[in-house]
Ligand binder design. Structure first.
Ligand code: NDP
Length: 402
């Protein structure tokens, strides 16, 4: 297996295409398809023609089937938006081709991302003898794989997980999102929740915050939000008592978001404007910078990881697994900012695991269900090394001190 179709030529999809070209020994045939052909043309030019391209509307399963029939890939890597997940999975089923994505499905009219729609494909993927790998970016993705590694190598049982996600970068714009603005704002403005002793506890959006000390970055104010990997990790990590997800937002980001929300610009229901229906958030997206345009002059680092507390040989153990990634370095390497890079490189590495037969199976898998060590060794070579720091007991409380 050595042939891929990448759908979505945005910020993260372009990273996947460029890194695939840099790994020609594994990816012999690379095809990039997206809604706007000019974005594919740009990547084709930047890779000196190493990638073939075409236009596709991946909301339409029939168009994706035609694309797959024409290109005959072994694997489709979905780097478009979560809205397209099911249409692309349907096309993979119809053509019996493996599937990988970085974000779980959500319907356009409800800002509610859940795995149940994609998990419902389990039997059909099993029967077709193909594999779907869900959520193989950084978070979800690397964070799930850190959990799988901790479970396999470092703990007998993991009781507490705090996933901590910091972007301490500066892109110099007054307001911009680091990945697709529509998906980002839908995620951040929904109610927060975390999981404790078998129950989901809901909170108002951005109503709980703490200072967290991030490696390579320092202390940053972080907000408790709901993030999709929590849903699969509560099923797949043994002995879990609590899982939370924390993300940094600057005061400037929160200020802009507050104003946009209060005037109705983040609404996802249609309103009438000049005799036509528009969705305010989609209009706002058209005004905001594209995430792919932020890379130049972006300074600072991302620092993302998982803090674990649990038991090994009957004794309490605590540790932190993380990666630090520099915006300027990723821009030098592939012309992308670190958020696109930390999404695209794990997707590329997951694809490598599938093509090489290291990740194999029939059905629908979250990444923590697949072997973590070969993935971590490869993703480090591809640009995202991981670090493990032992914490003394109570250190987690210090890290998360208010
Ligand atoms: P971008 O907006 O830069 O890219 C999305 C691309 O998908 C665009 O090129 C867009 O086309 C294309 N697209 C949208 N709709 C369709 C369609 N119907 N058919 C074909 N192509 C389509 O976003 P990012 O690259 O920053 O992010 C991509 C996705 O990756 C995010 O939405 C998010 O879900 C996921 N992500 C995952 C992360 C993780 O760690 N797991 C982190 C960050 C992002 P057009 O140019 O025409 O708009």
């Amino acid at each position: 297996m050595d042939s891929i179709v990448i759908i979505g030529a945005g910020a993260a999809g372009s990273v996947v295409a460029k890194k695939a070209v840099m790994n020609r020994g594994v990816f012999k045939k690379i095809h990039l398809a997206s809604r706007t052909l000019s974005k594919c043309e740009k990547v084709q030019k930047e890779t000196n023609g190493a990638v073939s391209i075409s236009q596709v509307d991946a909301d339409d399963s029939k168009q994706v089937i035609k694309l797959i029939e024409a290109q005959k890939p072994d694997l489709v890597i979905n780097m478009a938006l979560p809205y397209q997940d099911l249409a692309i999975m349907d096309a993979c089923l119809a053509t019996r081709v493996h599937y990988l994505d970085t974000a779980n499905y959500e319907p356009k009219d409800v800002a509610k991302f859940e795995y149940r729609w994609q998990w419902a494909y389990q039997e059909r993927f099993q029967k077709a003898g193909i594999m779907a790998v869900l959520g193989c970016g950084f978070d979800p993705g690397m964070t799930n794989i850190y959990c799988a590694y901790a479970q396999e190598k470092l703990f007998d049982e993991i009781n507490f997980i705090d996933i901590v996600d910091c972007n301490a970068g500066d892109h110099g714009k007054s307001f911009a999102t680091n990945f697709n603005p529509e998906i980002n704002i839908r995620e951040v403005t929904q109610r927060g929740k975390y999981w404790k002793e078998g129950k989901w506890i809901e909170i108002d959006p951005l109503s709980i915050s703490k200072m967290i000390d991030y490696p390579g970055v320092g202390p940053k104010k972080s907000y408790l939000i709901y993030h999709e990997e929590e849903e699969s990790l509560v099923k797949n990590i043994k002995g879990l008592k609590q899982i939370r997800f924390w993300m940094t937002f600057s005061d400037n980001y929160i200020k802009h978001l507050d104003v946009l929300q209060s005037v109705g610009m983040t609404r996802i229901d249609p309103i009438m404007y000049n005799g036509m229906e528009i969705i305010p958030l989609q209009f706002l997206k058209a005004l905001l910078p594209e995430p792919s345009s932020l890379a130049e002059n972006y300074t600072g680092k991302t620092s993302i990881g998982c803090i674990f507390q649990g038991k090994k040989n009957g004794k309490p153990v605590s540790c932190f697994i993380y990666n630090v990634c520099d915006h300027a370095e990723t821009n030098r390497e592939v012309g992308a900012q670190a958020v696109s890079y930390t999404t695209g490189v794990p997707a590329l590495t997951g694809a490598m695991m599938m093509l090489k037969g290291i990740w194999k199976g029939q059905g629908v898998f979250n990444v923590e269900q697949l072997p973590p060590v070969p993935f971590l060794e490869e993703v480090a070579k591809q640009g995202l090394p991981w670090h493990t720091q032992q914490l003394d007991s109570g250190a987690q409380r210090d890290l998360l001190a208010a």
